[in-house]
Structures are given as structure tokens and as C-alpha cells.
Design a protein around this ligand. Structure first.
Ligand code: NAD
Length: 454
């Protein structure tokens, strides 16, 4: 069956209004959770084949996030779907105004490879909660996870409601020719632009969850050891292949050496090794080669020499880095952390602001004024103070970028809103009518209207 036919069938099903029934959505979300729970072993095995991601990291950074997303939707959906009453202006009285959240319709979700389960399924969960039908196109790079997703979804869901289509550039290009009611994309800035252009042909609304270079700014007053510990965890989780990983560090010069030795200490303690399941592989040879080129041996503090055959790059710290180094020219998306220094926070802010707006920004400081200055002056998607990455799991926070790092957001209620159109309604009655707006106009009517509408 071609993609147009699959989409037509989903749209036909959507138009039966079956997905508008909240009980239907609840049933399907419960079904999804049950299928994932029942097949956890298959999910762990597939991702381990793809890039040696351990059960520990797969549970904590993928499955638990998916389960929480489903549980939240199940507990809140009846509230989310309710009409939202808002105020009504004087000229429309007697009358009332309200907003009806309505499902967009048939939506396309395109996933990225680095967290292949949650980046595909969390948007799909939000779409189901909102009452949409879903075509999911996971990334083709982790091929085992893509197949297991296709197998589990396609064998257990009606394809008119929820279907996985596997494929890479060729298939996605074809898919993008079809008109969808919403496209939700997670991936690179370059491909994000392709998606946006394709969506424009059909005036399809998009959410783009993109990437970028997320800075971690560290001032001299911090708890250096704990800062290093949190930073190391956030950076080397999934071997740095995390869209919100701290991409580079800007540390106040006076604590540079102490921070470096604390980072080294925590890397040693973490014992990052694929064989002991504390670390993951680089996804493919292309990324291994790309990352290797970002390591300037003369600036290596620790790490560096990778194993091409096993696609492993050890945690690598680069020092004496400037903004013209190769590692500062693109999003790293791997286990390499360049360390830069600053003496003037104003200069540091100015420099960061001259770069594309990052998806995340992390500020490690005890200085409240400085924290507020950074928060208010640098545009970025979201972030954390005195931590990194952990804001992602806060379901009450919208997750998304700004500028080059993306358009729109999701997670929890924000995901529901992302897949909903907000239909605005003014409701009047027949029992009274003010005749002021009607012709024939008069000075007297205008005077009254001015009083009413200001
Ligand atoms: P990618 O852009 O290469 O691929 C993403 C998806 O787009 C895949 O499903 C792929 O099949 C498809 N695709 C690739 N080329 C295409 C083309 N020419 N036409 C149509 N579709 C195409 O990204 P990736 O390598 O999977 O992920 C890495 C990037 O994603 C990084 O920049 C990272 O920061 C970003 N990312 C962002 C988030 C977020 O939540 N904001 C999460 C994870 C990754």
C-alpha cells in the first residue's frame, strides 16, 4: 500500500470520530503501555544490538519516560479535553466564550536515532491523547529498534489508527509529499529545514525539535566537585549522543584547573566502559569519523583515542579551546567536551548570543544576580540551574527550542496542546439583541458604542 493510501485510510478513520471518544484514547494508551511492558526484553535487546545501550540507561532514559508520559496522560486526559471557559466582552453579552481543544487529525511523527524509543513514542502518546491518528517514522539508523517498534505497533494496533513506517531519506521524502494535518519532527537543523519546506507545500503546521550547541556556564563560587559530577553524568550519558547534553563548558578562569581535575576524577569514578554496561557505542562509522576529526590532539586533556572497530570514543576533555577550534564549529553530539574560560560574564554572554540559540543552557552559580542576568539575556529552549539534562524529565515543563533549536514544544500537557487545535467559540442566545452595531448608523449609536467598547 502506498503512503497516500495509508494516510487516506487514517483520515477516513479519523472522520468516523472514533478517536474523539476519550474512552478510546484511554484504551489505546493502556494498550501501548501493556505492549511495551510485555516486550521490554525485546526492546532492551534491540537497542543493545544497535549501539550497546545498557538496560540501565534504556530504562532510565527511555522506557521510564514513556511510561510516565502515558501515566500522566491517563490521569489528566479527562481534564485536558474539557472546554475552557474564558471571559466575554461587554458587546457580546449576554453570551459566553470558550475554547475547544480538538485533535489536528492525521499526524506524522518523525523520530531521531539517539533515544529511539522515547523520541518516537512520547510525541505519539501526546498525539493519541489529543485524539489524532498517527503515522510514526522512526530513525532508520538504529535498525533493530526501528524494526522492533514497527513489529510491536503494527502487530498490535489498527493501522488506520497508529502505524509505523520504517525507512530513511528516500521513504521520508516520499512520505512528506502526502498532506498531513500536523508534522512533529525530531532531528537535525538541516533536516528540520527540509521538513519545514515540505510541510509548507500543504500549509501543514509543524513542531520541530532540533539541536544545537548547549553551553554550561560555570562561575567561580560553585561547589566544584558536585558541578563536575553532574556535568560528567549529563555529558557522557549515551556517550554524549544527547540533544541537550552540555556541548561545551565556559568556566570562570580562576577555577579552571580545579574543575578540570574534578571532571577527570568523576570520569575515572564512573568507570565508563561498554563492556561493563556503563557506556554506549557511537551510532555508526560516519559519526565516529566526524567526532574523531573534532579532537585536536594538542588540546586533549583526557580521552581522545577511540576504537574505530568497536565505535567507541572514551570520555574526552579538550582544554585551551577557543571559539575557532573545530570542536566549536558544529554540535558535537558525542563524548567530547571542550572547555573554554571567561573572565567577564558580559563578554561570555555576548559571545553565546552571537551563536545560534541553543536548545539548552546550564548555569552553575550561587550568584543570584548573575543567574538572572544569564536567564534573561541569553535566548535558549530550556535548561537548568546547577544541574544539566534533568529538566527534560520534568513533565510540567514544556520541552522545545527557539530559533535554530526548534519550533514548538511538548511533554505532558504541552504535548497534548501541540497536537490540538484550539477552536475558539463565542456562544450567543436569542433572547435579547443590542441594535447598536446595525445600520442605519447614527451619532447617538456611535456614542453608546464608544462607551461600551472604549
Ligand atoms: P537527522 O535529522 O539526521 O534525522 C532525523 C530523522 O529525519 C530521521 O528519522 C531520518 O530518517 C530523517 N531524515 C534524515 N534525512 C532526511 C532527509 N533528507 N529528508 C527527510 N527526512 C530525513 O537527525 P539524527 O541524526 O537522527 O539526530 C541528531 C540530531 O537531532 C541532532 O542535531 C540532535 O541535537 C537532534 N535532536 C534533537 C532532539 C530534541 O528533542 N530537540 C532530540 C534528539 C536529537
Amino acid at each position: 500500500m502506498n503512503y497516500q493510501d495509508i494516510t487516506n485510510q487514517q483520515r477516513y478513520f479519523f472522520n468516523t470520530n472514533a478517536t474523539k471518544d476519550v474512552a478510546f484514547r484511554i484504551k489505546e494508551l493502556k494498550r501501548l503501555k501493556a505492549i511495551l511492558k510485555k516486550n521490554e526484553k525485546l526492546l532492551y535487546d534491540a537497542i543493545y544490538i544497535d549501539f550497546k545501550k545498557s538496560e540501565f540507561e534504556t530504562y532510565t532514559t527511555e522506557l521510564s519516560i514513556i511510561y510516565h508520559e502515558i501515566d500522566l496522560a491517563l490521569s489528566k486526559i479527562k481534564k485536558w479535553v474539557k472546554k475552557r471557559k474564558v471571559s466575554t466582552s461587554l458587546v457580546n453579552l449576554p453570551g459566553k466564550s470558550y475554547i475547544l481543544p480538538e485533535p489536528y487529525g492525521t499526524v506524522l511523527v518523525i523520530g531521531a536515532w539517539n533515544y529511539p524509543y522515547q523520541l518516537s513514542l512520547c510525541p505519539a502518546i501526546s498525539a493519541i491523547a489529543a485524539g489524532c491518528t498517527v503515522i510514526l517514522k522512526p530513525s532508520e539508523l538504529p535498525s533493530s529498534t526501528s524494526s522492533i517498534l514497527a513489529q510491536l505497533i503494527n502487530q498490535n494496533f489498527d493501522s488506520n489508527f497508529f502505524k509505523v513506517i520504517q525507512g530513511g531519506v528516500k521513504e521520508t521524502t516520499k512520505l512528506l509529499k502526502v498532506k498531513f494535518d500536523k508534522i512533529f519532527f525530531t532531528g537535525s537543523v538541516t533536516v528540520g529545514k527540509i521538513i519545514y519546506q515540505a510541510a509548507a507545500q500543504h500549509l501543514t503546521p509543524v513542531t520541530l525539535e532540533l539541536g544545537g550547541k548547549s553551553p554550561a556556564i560555570i562561575t567561580k563560587d560553585v561547589n566544584i566537585d558536585l558541578t563536575a559530577k553532574r556535568l560528567v553524568w549529563a555529558k557522557f550519558l549515551n556517550a554524549g549522543q544527547t540533544c541537550i547534553a552540555p556541548d561545551y563548558v565556559m568556566v570562570e578562569s580562576s577555577i579552571h584547573d580545579q574543575l578540570l581535575s574534578a571532571i577527570q576524577n568523576h570520569i575515572t569514578k564512573a568507570d565508563y566502559n561498554v563492556s561493563n554496561h556503563n557506556y554506549t557505542q557511537i551510532i555508526n562509522d560516519k559519526n565516529f569519523d566526524r567526532l574523531t576529526k573534532l579532537i585536536d590532539p594538542s588540546k586533549k586533556f583526557i580521552g581522545g583515542i577511540g576504537d574505530a572497530k568497536k565505535r567507541i570514543i572514551p570520555p574526552t576533555i579538550l582544554k585551551d579551546i577557543t571559539f575557532s577550534d573545530p570542536s566549536m564549529q558544529e554540535e558535537i553530539f558525542g563524548p567530547i567536551l571542550p572547555i573554554l574560560t571567561f573572565d567577564s560574564i558580559d563578554q561570555a554572554i555576548k559571545k553565546i548570543k552571537s551563536l545560534p540559540s541553543p536548545l539548552s543552557c546550564y548555569v552553575f552559580t550561587k550568584n543570584k544576580t548573575l543567574k538572572n542576568k544569564i536567564l534573561h539575556e541569553i535566548p535558549f529552549g530550556g535548561g537548568a540551574i546547577n544541574d544539566a539534562v534533568m529538566h527534560f524529565i520534568e513533565q510540567s515543563l514544556p520541552f522545545g527550542g527557539i530559533g535554530d533549536s526548534g519550533i514548538g514544544n511538548y511533554h505532558g500537557k504541552y504535548g497534548f496542546e501541540t497536537f490540538s487545535h484550539h477552536k475558539s467559540i463565542l456562544q450567543k442566545t436569542f433572547w435579547i439583541e443590542l441594535n447598536l452595531k446595525y445600520a442605519p448608523y447614527s451619532i447617538k449609536k456611535l456614542k453608546w458604542l464608544k462607551r461600551l467598547i472604549g
